[in-house]
Design a protein around this ligand. Sequence first.
Ligand code: SF4
Ligand code: SF4
Length: 242
Amino acid sequence: MAAFSFRLRLGQDDMEIRGDLPEPGAPASEMVPAYLGIGEVLLEASGKESEAEGKIPSCGPGCGACCKQLVPISRSEADYLRKIVIPGLEGGHRGRVEARIAQAAEKLESAGMAADLGGLPSEQDRVKRQNLGLRYFFLGISCPFLEEDSCSIHPQRPLACREYLVSSPASRCASPTAGDIVPIVPKVKPSGALIRTDRHTTGTEGWTTMITALTAKDVPDDRQVADPQAELGYFLSQLGRD
Ligand code: SF4
Ligand code: SF4
C-alpha cells in the first residue's frame, strides 16, 4: 500500500483527502476503497452545501424503497462487490446475501429481463436507461444487500448509492413514476468519474448495474492496474465533468 494525500476545493470547502493505494499490478477491485473514501468526503461537503441551500434530505436508516432501483456501478465496483465485499461477509450474512442473489436471478430470468440487463444501453442513452430502470423497479426486487430496510454493507456501498438523496417525503419513493420526487443533485458525482475512468482504462462502456454484476454467471478476471497513481489522477481529472 502507498499512502496519498491531496487538497481539493468544493464550493467554500477546502478539504484534505487521504487514503491508500495498492501496489502496481494489483487487481482493480483493490483501488475501490480509495475511490469510496474520496467520494465520501466530497459527498459530505456537497451535502452540507445543499443543506445550506435549504435542501434537507428525507433519507435515513430503515428506509429502503430506493434500494429496489437499478443501480449503475463502475466495472471496478462490480469486481469489488463480487471479489472483496461478498467473500468478506461474516456469519450468516454471506449466505443470506447469496440466497437473495439467487432469488433475484430467478425473478429476472422468469420476467425475461436477464438478457436485457446483459446488453445495457450506453451510459449516455438516458431514455433507454430510464425505461430499463422503470421496468426493473416494477419487478420489486430489493437489492440483495438490503436487510430490515437498511443497507447491510453501508460502509462499502457503491458511489451511486451514496449520491442518491431526495428532499421529498420518503413515502413518495415507493412510486417513482409519480413525478413528485425531488432529488438532491450532488455538486459532484464521483460515480460518473469512476465509470469514465473504467471506460478509459478498459475500452468498454465502463459500467454495469449492481444486479447484473451480482447475478452474472461468467465473471471475467479482475483487470490489473499497472499504475495506481496514474489511474487515481485520471479519476480526479474526471470529477465535476458530469
Ligand atoms: S431515496 Fe427515498 S426511499 Fe431512499 S432513503 Fe431516501 S427517502 Fe428513503
Ligand atoms: S448497496 Fe445498500 S444502499 Fe445500495 S441499493 Fe443495495 S442496499 Fe441499497
